[in-house]
Write a protein of this length. Sequence first.
Length: 404
Amino acid sequence: MKFIDDSHQITLDSDFETGSAGPVRLVEGVYEIAPQPEPVSPWFTAALEENFGGAGVPREYACHVRVTSSAAAGQRIRLRFLFSETNGKGYMDPPYWILRDKRWWPIDDRATRFVSEEHVELDIDVPARGAVHVANKPYVSGGDVASELEALAQIGPFEVEQIGLTAKDRPLLSLSSTRADGTRAEDTILIGATMQPAEPAARPVMAVAHALNDGSALSKRLLERFRFVLIPLPNPDGTAEGRSCTNGCGQVPMFSFGRLLAGEDDVPNETAALWQHAEALRPAAYIEFHTHYQVSRSHKLNPMGADWFDVERHAELERVNGALLSTNLDWRVTPIERTTPLCEAGKFTNLADRFGTLAYCYQIYCISEEATAWHAATVSMTLARALAGAEWAAEAPSPSIVPG
């Protein structure tokens, strides 16, 4: 998308990585931006209609434009992002975000006029002969994620691995921890971002690696006990193309695991690569972060129901569930049961059913990138400590203390 307003020397476009916008028009001095249409595979449309009356998984809830001015003076403009008719409009609560000096900042409430399920209007200051990015979430590009993974591997006990390629030849990358002697722990905790790009969780997932590299007694012991495998960008094509739930080819990677295991056609590359990686890892636990950068709701946890596990695992499941629930005072919790609609489509049930993985979907509601990253790291460390168990905790050595 590209729109040029010669009278004000303003250009709006989404022709960049993570850009997302439909047609633009100027209406009484306001730049009105339609959502980028996001068709999905016919089987998925039919499944949503059958199970959720056409709702269920949100669509078209990403918006991200670049505003460029060639004027000699700075100016204030008004953007109006329209919401689509899909249930994605329910995910569009403020704040909205502006990128300045390579950092995302929430747009002030005084510059935001939000009409629920319809549109939002934002007053934006555009510098002279400059540009700003405006979006509904603090999006991060695949190139930046790859660079940060390489940097983490240089400063910490981590290895970067390419586990597959997308249909558009973008790499699927994971970051794996190693022990102090360079070996890998036998038990694995898999930590991933959602495959829905409009809930960008790459930096929060990478924050777990930073927490593990803090030099504390806890992180050192956990790195000896577990192999941590992090997948911060499991849908690079969707992220690059500003999609909400698809990979840019109309496929829905997050909900294609059941089709893959059933031998169906039209299975996304991302789904196949992540499942193959999971088969090799057979993780003891998996947690997937969905990030909303809002405080409009309580954090949400979807744990696996106890009926997915043998009875001898129930005590462990109860211990880990209890530890995770202790992190917050207010919760929304819906277990994933065998009767949950479309449950067989995702990773969670298939990991639990085939490998006995304690799998969790965790929806984070924090405003800033920093708070969201801290929360993801806290939750991951809490899960790992609970999984290690009380006996492991009791074996913690006494600290060595010298004058300093």
